[in-house]
Design a binder for this molecule. Sequence first.
Ligand code: MRU
Length: 367
Amino acid sequence: MKFKTIDWKGDRVRILDQRRLPQEVRYLDCRSASSVAQAIRTMAIRGAPAIGVAAAMGIALGAKKNRSDNPRVFAKAVEKVCREMRETRPTAVNLFWAVDRMEKILERVENDGVDETKKRLMREALQILKTDIEVNRKIGKYGKKLIKAGDGVLTHCNAGALATGGFGTALGVIYAARDEGKQFQVFVDETRPMLQGCRLTAWELVQEKIPATLITDNMAGVLMRKGLVDLVVVGADRIAGNGDTANKIGTYGLAVLSKSHGIPFYVAAPTSTLDLSLVSGEEIPIEERNIAEVTHFRGYPIAPKGVKAFNPAFDVTPHSLIHGIITEKGIIRKPFHKNLRKVFSTLNSRTERFQTVSYRTRNSKEG
Ligand code: MRU
């Protein structure tokens, strides 16, 4: 990749400001944990794995900048930073997963001491970033087999290098197939209302010189009917125990269309996106964002004043519409409730510190 989505710079976290793409490649230097939280909230950085990395780096930065040498006082302050990160965005579970990992290190501060804990927190954040890139490459390795020369591949939102530590999940599959020399066509949903497909995915594909055609979200059906789409691959923000998958709003509609045209529909996601504490997608908290994102276009009003609008940022695709989930452990197939658990137990037995915490409770307003 010719760009870095997020980078640790010692005294600050450098984030490629995605709100400015594609017009401008500008980096945002976050010098405090709160400014990292603000970058997540305002979507300067977005995408499930990327916000996990950002939250971890924000916590490491908050810890580094704390002046106390008293372990209890230090822990209290960093716990506050962890809470701030948890409250930035509710749907992508990678964020909670990353904060959990950081909290595990913080818990040992009384034994390890403040200075050592600061170093460990920084190392953990960098490890989360490094692992995410490696994991995405493995997702690509497994997923590329699904793409045949001459295929039309449709994707939604941005699940590329910008949405992750690097390389991407759904786009990782596309990059891996390209790296093998396969020639195929990518169709990119623009992804209303925030236009991640148009602004970010199209930008990434142009950078990588991959032939891509941008469409508005309501054109997917026509393409499918014309026989131009052979595969749909999307990312995920949270996958429940039965395989139901939350992803960017519009994913569900695409899955329904794929089913009715007999087109395979795949989700590409790291295992850090699995939330097996949830039985089904019904329990996934869905972020609702400001209606101005629907009624306005980059600040310009496009709807009559006073009209109501609805703006859920994500939807849930039922597992019945999903052919397979491409992870770094391979492609998981149905029955998902059984096979996801198998992968999960492998992760636990290899002590990869995959936590069975109840994200739902921690994340709910009541909790
Ligand atoms: O609101 P966003 O832009 O953070 O939503 C991002 C998505 O829905 C992505 O498809 C998902 O996080 C997968 S990213 C690898």
